[in-house]
Each structure stands twice: as structure tokens, then as C-alpha cells.
Design a protein around this ligand. Structure first.
Ligand SMILES: Cc1ncc(COP(=O)(O)O)c(C=O)c1O
Length: 384
């Protein structure tokens, strides 16, 4: 039987039926009063989800678009940018900064690890002339499943005086993230992750301090221009033709998020990722992120057992159970597989996924205590 695909990848993530049905309706005019009403609701609810008093911009793009929208409105040629890199997406910030002519320095950590706040503090303390203008960070590094302590790191950056520019693509909705309270200067995210809608929209929120730096940007981007987006948000409009149907779906999804409550949504993600981590350990597999406190709530990276390949695991779980798990990226391709617990995921999904993984490993000849993963996940989920 088919047509029951469960995307257990870190995006695109499963979409609720009510959201799908709303997206499927006829497009409406983007300058109509009907659409403006939807935007009014969307913009208000985004402030709730992003826990900010500042306007949240919505770009018709993938998450990388919002990353470009962040740096391309802040950097002048020759500016110094420090990029904190846990993996692929931390590196993406460095590449975007370099593409704008910035002088980029990186602090990198081995796979599965996170930035030590003391390392950052020491590096910034050496910058007595305050040359470093921007520090880029990733909250949840999707390529490894590690999550930085953004609150502490951003407070260190604030003490130094640089701007913190944070990738919250797989953390917003899934993990506590308080830009106003924690002094995050720019935070970006994407629709196909925790927001429970398909790919195509990206989000950005900027602090007052970031706006001051924007005002000194000699060549701000045209398509991503913050001023154009702020003006539009305040008029319940958009600067250009937006992905109208996705906004309609976003409106429905944001109402669902509000109903669940953002704190409850964060807690659900944490509960699911911890249950999954413990189930994986019970099955006898190794996790890439060793310490629970450094683990993302949205993605869990796992090493395959000896003698069984990642492509085989991904093939059997797809063919037999219609569950899609992600491969590793770049140098981690075929070395790890990644299971998402992001967005529209419930307890039933998790129990099924762990059961399907056990069945897959069993079929592939892995010797283990069959059923231990499912038993663990059931017990973990019972501790609400
Ligand atoms: C942490 C993180 N940052 C950035 C991106 C890039 O987003 P997109 O592929 O939507 O451009 C992703 C995508 O998976 C991500 O997980």
C-alpha cells in the first residue's frame, strides 16, 4: 500500500491535512483585501512564534534566501565576519559572507560537537579593536544534529558589541529561541521545517541594533531589502508577488501552533528527540551527538551498525514502510542517517518510525534485542 509517505527528514516535513486543503484552494489576488486580512493575521502570529516585538519578514524563497537576506543587508566589502561552524549550514553562512566581500574567519568543531562558549569569549576578547562586525551561528545544525547554546553565545557576542546572526531554520518552533530576550540580532527560519507547511517561504527578524548596521550597508540587496519588507509588513502587504497559496497554508498552520502553544510545541519536540535518542541507544546504535544537552530537538544523526550500509537502511525503510529518513550530507554521505522529529510529528509517528527501523535492521541481519527500541520509546513517551 502506498500514499502514506512519512517524511522523517529535517525538511520538507509532514503537512497537516487542513493546511494542505487550504493551500489547494484557488489562488487569490495578492493585492486583494482578502489577502491583506490573511497577512495581518500571519504577521501578528509570526511575532508570537518568534517571541519578538519586531516585525517578521516573509520571503518567497527557501531558508537560504533568508540567510542571504540577513548578510546581504549588513555586509560591506572588507568587513570582518566570524563564523561559528558545526557543519554544512554553519559553513553556508561563511560562504554567503565571503560572497559579499567579507573577510571571514571560522571557529570549527568536530562533527557532532558544539561551540564552547569560552572559546568564543576568548576569541572575541582578543579583538580589542572591535574589528569583528558580525558573528554567524547555527542554532540547530541539521547536518549533524548538534545544537548550540545560542542564549549563552549571543550574550557573549552582545558583550563584545558585534551583531549575532543566527540560523534558526530547524530550531524555530522546535526549540526555545527568544531573540528579544537573548539579544539575537538577526534570526532566520524556513517554512518547510517546524512551520508544518511545504517549502517556499522563509522568515527573518532583525533587532534595532541590526537596523543601525543595515543603514550603513552601502549596497543593500534589492529583492531582500529590509526597508521594503518592513514597509510592507506595516501595511499588511508584500513588496513583490508572494507565494499566495503558501501564505494561506501558513495562516492555518500558525493558528495550529498558537492553539498548541509555542512552549508546548518546543516541549513536544524535546520529548520526541529524547525518546528517539534513547530508543536508538536501546537498539544498540551509536548517536553522532553524544551528549543529550547538545542535541537538536529536530534531527537525530545515527551511525549504522557494522556490516549494514546507510543506503540499505534507507532503501528498506522506504520500500517496506514508506518512511523517508535522510542520508548524511557531503563527507557524511552514506556514513550516517538522520531521522527528523520536526514539525507535524505525533507520538504515533515516533512509535511507528522506531518500529519500522527495528524491522528494517532485523531484515538486514542486524543482531539485537528486537522490540527494545519500541519498548523504550513507549516508556519514554509515557513520561509526559
Ligand atoms: C540549519 C539549516 N540552515 C539552512 C538551511 C537551508 O535551507 P533551504 O534548503 O530551505 O535553503 C537548512 C536546510 O535544510 C538547514 O537545515
Amino acid at each position: 500500500m502506498r500514499d502514506k509517505t512519512f517524511l522523517m527528514i529535517p525538511g520538507p516535513t509532514p503537512v497537516p491535512e487542513s493546511v494542505m486543503l487550504d493551500i489547494a484552494r484557488h489562488p487569490i489576488g495578492h493585492r486583494s483585501s482578502e489577502f491583506s486580512k490573511i497577512l495581518e493575521n500571519v504577521y501578528a502570529n509570526l511575532k508570537y512564534v518568534f517571541r519578538t516585538k519586531n516585525d517578521v519578514f516573509v520571503y518567497t524563497s527557501s531558508g537560504t534566501g533568508a540567510m542571504c537576506a540577513a548578510l546581504e543587508n549588513l555586509i560591506n566589502e572588507g568587513d570582518s565576519v566570524l563564523s561559528l561552524v558545526l557543519g554544512n549550514f554553519g559553513n553556508r553562512w561563511a560562504k554567503i559572507a565571503a560572497s559579499r566581500g567579507a573577510v571571514v574567519e571560522k571557529i570549527e568543531v568536530p562533527t557532532g560537537e558544539v561551540i564552547d562558549p569560552e572559546v568564543l569569549r576568548t576569541r572575541l576578547a582578543q579583538d580589542t579593536e572591535k574589528k569583528i562586525k558580525i558573528v554567524t551561528l547555527t542554532h540547530s545544525e541539521t547536518s549533524t544534529g548538534a545544537a548550540n547554546d545560542i542564549k549563552t553565545l549571543c550574550s557573549i557576542i552582545r558583550e563584545h558589541g558585534a551583531l549575532s546572526v543566527v540560523d534558526g531554520v530547524t530550531s524555530v518552533c522546535a526549540m526555545e529561541c527568544n531573540p528579544d530576550e537573548w539579544g539575537i540580532d538577526v534570526l532566520v527560519s524556513g517554512s518547510q521545517k517546524g512551520f508544518m507547511i511545504p517549502p517556499g517561504l522563509a522568515f527573518l527578524v532583525a533587532s534595532e541594533r541590526a537596523w543601525k548596521v543595515y543603514e550603513e550597508c552601502k549596497h543593500p540587496s534589492f529583492y531582500w531589502d529590509w526597508a521594503a519588507y518592513r514597509k510592507s509588513v506595516q501595511a499588511n502587504s508584500t513588496p513583490f508577488t508572494p507565494a499566495v497559496n503558501l501564505f494561506v497554508g501558513l495562516n492555518t498552520a500558525l493558528e495550529m501552533i498558537k492553539k498548541e502553544g509555542i512552549e508546548n510545541m518546543n516541549a513536544r519536540h524535546k520529548r520526541h528527540s529524547l525518546a528517539l535518542r534513547n530508543a536508538i541507544k536501546a537498539i544498540g546504535l551509536e548517536l553522532v551527538v553524544k551528549d543529550d544537552k547538545n542535541a537538536s530537538n529536530s534531527i537525530t544523526s545515527i551511525l549504522p551498525p557494522d556490516g549494514i550500509t546507510v543506503p540499505d537502511i534507507r532503501k528498506v525503510i522506504k520500500e517496506d514502510f514508506d518512511i523517508v529518513v535522510a542520508n548524511g550530507q557531503n563527507e557524511l554521505k552514506d556514513k550516517i542517517f538522520r531521522m527528523g522529529t520536526l514539525g507535524f510529528v505525533c507520538d504515533r509517528d515516533l512509535i511507528s518510525a522506531v518500529g519500522a527501523l527495528e524491522a528494517t535492521l532485523y531484515k538486514l541481519g542486524y543482531k539485537f534485542d528486537l522490540g527494545k527500541g519500541v519498548a523504550t520509546v513507549i516508556k519514554e513517551l509515557a513520561n509526559k
